[in-house]
Design a protein around this ligand. Structure first.
Ligand SMILES: Cc1cc2nc3c(=O)[nH]c(=O)nc-3n(C[C@H](O)[C@H](O)[C@H](O)COP(=O)(O)O)c2cc1C
Length: 221
């Protein structure tokens, strides 16, 4: 079949499938479970799966936020808080915290703290003010670099990309093995399309034909 991506946009029907297949195919996407601070110092926590590493040395991550469901010009709390406070933490979500993560995606009034409502234990970060999820196997401490509105061919998209520089990374010592992070052992939860998730449980190793990344030293930076 051929899915017509333009059909829905232009009011010309479903395009060939009842649901847009886009997110089922750009999958799995990692989930940044993002901690920010409100102006009064209370903690906000929400999952973002338009989330990626986009550069290293210095390491840069990006998440992309749609407008607040409250309407008008309002942006989601995470985006507003980052712009106001300049820092955020991307917690890595293990499968064991799937329900907790999902609970923090509920739309709550702006002054309500998701971790407080969902009973999620937080603990202090090292270099940034927003705390990390205590039970997360790892967390990226980030300082805002820029926000940029996503564009489409016709102009401004409704999504905003938030770029942060990673200034430090917490890793639970249980997942460090001979100097390497054992990613598969973390059972990281990932997002697919529709209401589907996948768990990262198995990895294998492969070198590039002209470059052994473990010997070349370019991973040291
Ligand atoms: C797994 C998952 C991934 C999500 N990814 C995004 C995303 O990439 N961008 C977005 O705007 N909302 C995303 N959401 C929805 C937000 O988490 C939700 O709107 C939340 O209430 C935002 O909270 P905030 O206003 O405290 O930032 C996602 C929800 C879930 C469950």
């Amino acid at each position: 079949m051929y899915y017509d991506s333009q059909a829905r946009l232009q009011g010309g029907g479903e395009g060939g499938l009842p649901w847009n297949p886009f997110k089922a195919l750009v999958a799995p996407r990692p989930i940044g479970w993002v901690t920010t601070l409100m102006a009064d110092g209370r903690v906000n926590l929400a999952p973002y799966s338009y989330f990626q590493a986009v550069a290293d040395m210095p390491d840069i991550v990006m998440f992309s936020a749609s407008p607040s469901p409250d309407g008008g010009d309002l942006r989601k709390d995470t985006e507003s808080n980052v712009v106001e406070c300049g820092e955020f933490v991307c917690n890595i979500v293990p499968n064991a915290l799937a329900d907790a993560m999902n609970n923090t995606s509920a739309s709550l009034p702006r002054n309500v703290s998701e971790p407080e409502v969902a009973g999620i234990d937080m603990t202090a970060s090292t270099r940034v003010a927003p705390p990390r999820v205590a039970a997360a196997p790892a967390a990226l401490e980030c300082v805002l670099v820029e926000t940029r509105r996503v564009r489409h061919r016709g102009g401004e998209h409704r999504y905003t990309m938030v770029f942060g520089e990673v200034v430090g990374i917490y890793i639970d010592d249980r997942y460090i093995n001979e100097g390497r992070v054992d990613t598969a052992a973390m059972n990281i939860l990932t997002r697919m399309g529709y209401d589907e998730y996948a768990v990262l449980e198995r990895s294998f190793r492969m070198s590039r034909p002209d470059l052994d990344p473990m010997k070349s030293g370019f991973l040291k930076g």
